[in-house]
Design a binder for this molecule. Structure first.
Ligand SMILES: [Cu+2]
Length: 331
């Protein structure tokens, strides 16, 4: 499908910077989906927590007029992918519709289909979208952290008939929620595994490089759980990840971005420094730490000569996403 030609020409001046304000809302930037990656920005959408669900306030321009399918897709990447038949899928690395409850069908935003199914976005005759929509089943920004927000070329009838996924067809524009550009893995990688981590970040009171008392980071200690809540492995110092299948990795931080919620350790993109064993982690070449909660070092006043050598274990949770080369599911 062809992208509407106006799209590449129009930019919304002053709206292209991603930003976060307080905990109750977050602004994401949408970029045109192109075969060679993200194109120009088409504007921003402010996502606000309300008592009735997440509200989406678009400020978009340069789009084809009419209704456009609007969904969360499962992976936090807007990169293109290559389908099994060799065709490039625009924003294909975002994967299929966000479906954490395994509904396995497309439905109404208030219904029992994919949790990522949103009301369509309305674009006026001038190519602008400013009319808000509400997602009554998504309550918290943390529900969507690290996912991709997708606008499709066509509309959405909120059913899999007569066409799959509401009939919106190709992907027109895409944003990663809370994802800063530096945290995007390189093109050609696809999500292999996403696990939820619950544990502690461990600090020890000591002297920093400048000789001042400080809580020095020692390492994490966490258990890793799959989508069904089953423990699939552990996370430890290094940082390292070990799965029950015998495969393990040691990572190296490549980029960091502040968490979009207060009091949470930063989001990370990591490369792989070392690997061992045989299993699912064999081909992993990038890891993201996303959707962090807690884990920040205690106040520095608590570390003095009197507490030297004491450990502080601070509870945290995060999602780790493991990326490996391979074609994305072209859903
Ligand atoms: Cu979609």
């Amino acid at each position: 499908m062809k992208i509407f030609p106006m799209l590449s020409l129009a930019l919304v001046a002053g709206l292209a910077l991603p930003g976060t304000t307080h905990a109750a809302d977050q602004t994401v930037t949408l970029y045109e989906a192109r075969a060679d990656g993200a194109g120009p920005s088409v504007g921003t959408i402010r996502v606000e927590e309300t008592a009735y669900g997440l509200a989406f306030h678009p400020q978009l321009a340069g789009l084809p007029p009419g209704l456009h399918g609007f969904h969360f897709h499962e992976n936090g990447s807007c990169a293109p992918s290559t389908a099994a038949n060799g065709n490039v899928v625009l924003a294909g690395a975002a994967g299929g519709h966000f479906d954490p409850k395994a509904a396995k069908h497309h439905g109404e935003p208030w219904g029992d289909g994919h949790l990522g199914d949103l009301p369509p976005l309305y674009v006026n005759a001038d190519g602008q979208a400013t009319q808000p929509v509400l997602a009554p089943r998504l309550m918290k920004l943390s529900d969507i952290a690290g996912r991709a927000l997708m606008l499709h070329v066509g509309g959405d009838n909120h059913a899999d008939h007569p066409a799959m996924l509401g009939g919106g067809g190709a992907r027109l524009a895409c944003a990663v929620v809370g994802g800063a550009a530096p945290l995007q893995p390189e093109a050609g990688l696809d999500t292999l595994l996403r696990v939820h981590a619950v544990g502690q970040q461990i600090y020890e009171c000591g002297k920093d490089a400048q000789g001042a008392w400080a809580w020095l980071f020692k390492g994490p200690q966490a258990d890793l759980f799959d989508a069904a809540g089953l423990k699939v492995g552990t996370h430890g110092a290094g940082p390292s990840w070990a799965l029950n299948d015998g495969s393990s990795l040691v990572g190296q931080v490549q980029a960091t971005a502040p968490a979009p919620v207060p009091g949470a350790i930063p989001w990370l993109l990591l490369g792989v420094k070392a690997r061992s064993g045989t299993g699912l982690l064999d081909k992993v070449s990038a890891i993201q730490r996303l959707a962090t909660q807690g884990g920040v070092a205690p106040a520095k006043e608590g570390c003095t000569a009197a507490t030297s050598g004491q450990a502080a274990r601070v509870a945290y949770a995060a999602e780790y996403v493991f990326w490996a080369p391979g074609p994305a599911a072209a859903r």
